[in-house]
Design a protein. Sequence first.
Length: 104
Amino acid sequence: MATGPPARRTEIRTPMKVPVELYSFENATYELTYTVDVSPHGARVLTKDPWQSNQHLTVRSVQGNLYSRACVAYCQPLEGRSFAIGVELCQATKDWTPAKKHSP
């Protein structure tokens, strides 16, 4: 398990709490959780259980249109028996925000 996020980011992350579903086909792991911050290529996500670096998963925003295959970049233990994982999306997105409702 990696100790934390990379020391230097290549793009700016936007603080944003987005409800997401994480699912790994590798070991049938599922979790409904929230992002801490997001970017077009990834996010920092809070989790209850540790995820392995390089583990493949899918990420889906609960209220938006984001759905992507992804890979765990790091898993960092936090206080209170929780973890922060860095998720690297396979396809860049700007669609972290909830879907807008159309007015009639």
